[in-house]
Design a protein around this ligand. Structure first.
Ligand SMILES: [Zn+2]
Length: 122
């Protein structure tokens, strides 16, 4: 049985010529790579946006305090996305989750302790 006709990865046109060809021409190759990069950049941009918003909310809730208890519902109401963190910090008190220099610890169900730790990179 003959192999199925290979098609251009970008425009889906049947390919003629060398068996290892993946694109009609340089234009299709360039377009394909552009879209790949664009998608990756969009993913990074979208996740960065979420992380920055999370960080801004933690900063807003903490205010000028060193640490502060809040209901997680209040963060949720403002659009906080708990799935997105930059890193975690394991302590005897528990596992802090951070968005950049602001972090939180669940001290009891639905209750969070927000902290700021600017020394993370030291
Ligand atoms: Zn093509």
């Amino acid at each position: 049985m003959q192999n199925a006709q290979k098609k251009c990865l970008y425009c889906d046109e049947p390919l003629k010529g060398r068996a290892d060809k993946k694109f009609c021409d340089d234009q299709c190759r360039a377009n394909y790579n552009y879209h790949l990069t664009k998608d990756a950049n969009n993913t990074v941009r979208n996740i960065n946006r979420i992380l920055k918003k999370n960080r801004a909310l933690l900063e807003e809730f903490l205010g000028n305090e060193k640490m502060k208890k809040v209901n997680s519902k209040h963060l949720l109401d403002k659009g906080f996305q708990f799935r997105f963190n930059t890193h975690t910090l394991q302590t005897q008190k528990g596992n802090y989750k951070f968005c950049y220099e602001f972090g939180y610890l669940e001290i009891e169900p639905g209750k969070l302790l927000i902290v700021k730790n600017p020394d993370l990179l030291k």
